[in-house]
Ligand binder design. Structure first.
Ligand code: PMT
Length: 411
């Protein structure tokens, strides 16, 4: 379930060209189960229609302090909110809010609420850089107001510069982050992601189909929960700047990076698809076709998960994956024992929409709790990889807290 389910969010829209993007923010929030009350300023109505918001949001648009049916709409909105978001926040809106002036429904709601406030500024570069705007933002930050900063990009009128409203997906992610319990605060988490490449010669390699989506989702979710995250990865995928990335290519490079990063980690997750074999003697130059079909002799790669399991410091939680095409539970159970992991996340990669490259996954989590004779088994149904990541971290965190995870049985 989304962290936004049932949350009451006032979505304030002030008058800038980026107001049209607030429609997408509104739609995404409602899709995630939030109860969205849109508040439009007079100026924003020059850019977007009330009907669009009323159709998409959980309640009709409100625009005025002088609504006869509800004599004090700002206090009702402000007191009932779990969060007030202003998207886009214009220079005027930020200045009015910073000065404590309540001259319309949105600014009155901002002063009437005790809920967290998130502002998403959007304006021309010259306005964004103006000391008055920056001073107002600094003042609001000191008062605890959250901000999603604008991006560089094309602005109204065709100029290019900083001031473009952040992408709706980034804004919704920032909103979710405000509601995620910081249960991994103070944890150091190390995650591996992607498939390794084992060189045959400088241009050819043995690889696999791992996209890194699952590993990256785990890193992103751990970051959202307040952990300090290191991601050892073979792939370039977008990820938040707060995650430290270590780029590697081969199993040996991944082994070295993981062994170093894991020494003082609280939680280590091997989601990467590490090649099991590599060429013994990769060619220094490109193998030519006219040299005949090359005989590539293979040797096993180091088993990183097993090495991590053998050197696991006291209290560290070690999570492995198992990619199987048959006998899922039996094979995963064998890996749990052989590799010294606390938890194995098993996926049947022959099933539709499961495993390599897909946006979704379906897993069985096998957990060995300290002191328990039996292995706990948790079925996680098909879902997007981010929610699978959330389930894996829920179980991992429950190992530290000693609370059993929900939906488990024993084998
Ligand atoms: O990246 P995506 O496209 O999103 O796909 C996700 C995934 C299918 C790659 C992921 O869900 C997954 O299953 N990852 C593990 C893949 C794998 O290598 O499984 P395995 O059963 O071969 O290995 C078992 C465990 O040992 C894994 O944690 C693996 O990282 C680890 N291992 C394997 C070989 C090796 N030499 N060293 C290892 O550490």
């Amino acid at each position: 379930m989304s962290v936004l389910a049932g949350r009451r969010i006032v979505l304030g829209v002030s008058g800038g060209i980026a107001a049209y993007k607030a429609i997408e923010v509104c739609r995404r929030l409602v899709d995630l189960g939030a109860h969205v009350s849109p508040v439009l300023t007079e100026a924003s109505r020059h850019f977007v229609g009330e009907t669009t918001f009323s159709a998409l949001a959980s309640e009709p648009v409100q625009t005025s302090l002088w609504d006869e049916a509800s004599p004090i709409p700002h206090t009702k909105l402000g007191q009932g909110a779990d969060l007030v978001v202003v998207c886009p926040a214009t220079a005027r809106l930020l200045g009015t809010y910073a000065a404590g002036i309540a001259d319309d429904l949105l600014t009155a709601t901002l002063l009437a609420t005790r809920a967290p406030v998130l502002v998403c500024p959007a304006m021309h570069t010259e306005m964004w850089e103006h000391p008055a705007v920056q001073d107002n933002l600094a003042l609001l930050a000191r008062r605890g107001v959250h901000m999603v900063p604008p991006e560089e990009g094309r602005l109204a009128g065709g100029d290019i510069g900083k001031g473009r409203l952040a992408d709706p997906a980034v804004i919704v992610e920032a909103i979710e982050r405000l509601f995620v319990p910081a249960e991994l605060q103070g944890w150091k988490v190390v995650v591996s992601s992607g498939g390794t490449r084992e060189a045959i010669d400088p241009v050819r390699f043995i690889g696999n189909r791992s996209s890194g989506k699952q590993g990256h989702a785990i890193a992103a979710e751990a970051d959202r929960r307040g952990a300090k995250v290191t991601l050892v990865t073979t792939v370039d995928r977008p990820i938040t700047d707060s995650i430290v990335q270590v780029r590697v290519e081969s199993a040996e490079q991944m082994r070295q990076a993981m062994m170093t990063a894991a020494t003082d980690a609280d939680l280590v997750v091997m989601a990467a698809a590490v090649a099991d074999f590599r060429p013994v003697d990769p060619a220094a130059g490109k193998i030519k076709k006219d040299q005949g079909v090359p005989q590539v002799i293979l040797e096993p790669t180091p088993d990183i998960l097993a090495a991590l399991g053998a050197l696991k410091p006291q209290g560290q939680i070690l999570v492995g994956f198992a990619a199987e095409t048959s006998d899922l539970r039996e094979n995963a159970l064998g890996k749990l024992t052989r590799k010294g992991a606390d938890l194995i996340v098993a996926n049947d990669v022959s099933a539709p929409q499961v495993g390599f490259e897909h946006d979704t996954n379906q897993v069985v989590i096998l957990v060995r709790r300290p002191g328990a004779d039996e292995v706990e088994v948790i079925d996680v149904p098909l879902d997007d990889k981010r929610r699978i990541a959330a389930s894996v971290l829920d179980v991992a965190a429950s190992l530290r807290s000693g609370t059993p995870a929900t939906g488990s049985d024993r084998t």
